[in-house]
Ligand binder design. Structure first.
Ligand code: SAH
Length: 346
């Protein structure tokens, strides 16, 4: 399927090593790396490299970036980009305008294997992991779109909340994060990059020791019985293990772990659920992000009334927690949380 290795699959250090191993000076690796931060896909564009080196690289490597297949714009300005990969698979990412910046929600896999009952992506099943160049490609295409719009606001935040479970694509995720965070790479602030997980405990333990980024955990229930029904992964890593991994997650001073909690009418939205949630999170530096369920004809849940959502939030606030209600963005173009599923929509 892929006969040449994509240069954006290498971190800066790996690229330098690749060059020195071939007897080329390390600075050539750094020179090439700079080009990888721009949307160039042809070696001819690497104008500061000797022509023979360009030709040599072109024989062995690729600079392919996923192609923009479709851009949809929601009423609230949110844009969804459908990108086509080299093998014809299609992924989506969502560009969300905020007051003084943009947030990009990226996908980490084609489809997803987690099988969460409330998520449309789960219905696609798992197709494959994304390579670093396919995740970075989402960032490049989003930046390109902002450049075309002459946007005065920068792309500042990246959230791994699109299709897929990022921690199930661990090696590619780490490489991607290194390039996103590196001062000579995309230079994103570690405060502005969030990895969201359904709760893969071994990888949560590794992550905190390998890179510093924000962690978000999709909790969605405060007891094992409900959580296992909603999220099959809970049968493998139940709440006590998950919360223990969160308790020992190395956090810089002042940081909190975000706990996402989708409110599903009649399933996990009672006052008792809110009290239990407060109990199990006690002692963890936490920010609770309540997500009103985004309904879909294929999904067997309903969103609670606004009154119930606010009451749930109130119970948490009264117990001293930071608790916010997530605004749904881009719902009219199926860009909201849990609605990314190209194959189903097609
Ligand atoms: N696999 C990762 C990241 C992708 S999902 C994770 O589980 O965290 C990003 C967020 O959207 C998760 O919190 C997920 O539970 C939530 N989500 C999924 N389907 C949803 C829906 N229909 N309505 C609202 N949020 C949803």
């Amino acid at each position: 399927m892929r006969n040449s290795k994509n240069l954006r699959d290498y971190t800066l250090e790996e690229l330098e090593a690749l060059f020195t191993n071939r007897g080329l000076p390390g600075y050539r690796g750094r020179q090439v790396f700079k080009w990888l931060l721009k949307p160039v896909s042809d070696f001819a564009e690497l104008t500061d490299l000797p022509k023979n080196l360009r030709q040599e690289l072109a024989q062995e490597f690729s600079l392919f970036i996923p192609a923009v297949k479709k851009v949809e714009t929601a009423q609230d300005g949110t844009q969804k980009l459908a990108l086509e990969l080299a093998d014809g698979e299609v992924i989506e990412c969502v560009l969300i305008p905020e007051e003084d910046h943009y947030t990009l929600c990226v996908s980490s896999q084609v489809g997803c294997a987690m099988g969460c009952a409330f998520c449309l992506t789960a219905r696609m099943g798992f197709r494959r992991n994304l390579w670093p160049h396919e995740i970075l490609g989402q960032v490049l295409r989003a930046k390109e779109l902002l450049d075309q719009k002459k946007s005065p606001k920068p792309l500042r935040n990246i959230v791994f909340m699109g299709m897929g479970e990022p921690l199930a694509n661990y090696e590619n995720l780490i490489k991607t994060l290194k390039t996103l965070l590196h001062p000579k790479g995309f230079n994103f602030s570690k405060r502005r990059v969030t990895v969201s997980t359904a709760g893969l405990v071994p990888q949560i333990k590794r992550l905190g020791h390998e890179v510093t980024v924000r962690l978000a955990v999709s909790l969605h229930a405060a007891c094992d019985e409900i959580r296992s029904r909603l999220m099959p992964i809970n049968q493998r890593y139940p709440l006590t293990e998950l919360l223990e991994a969160c308790r020992s997650f190395p956090l810089p001073r002042g940081w909190r772990i975000t706990f996402e909690y989708i409110l599903l009418k009649g399933v996990n939205d009672t006052a008792q659920d809110a009290r239990r949630l407060a109990d199990i999170l006690r002692g963890i530096p936490a920010k609770i992000n309540l997500i009103p369920f985004n309904e879909h004809p294929l999904l067997p849940f309903k969103c609670p009334e606004e009154r119930a959502i606010l009451a749930f939030q109130e119970t948490l606030l009264a117990r001293g927690f930071v608790a916010t209600v997530r605004k749904s963005r881009g719902r009219d173009i199926s860009a909201a949380c849990g609605q990314l599923a190209t194959r189903l929509a097609a």
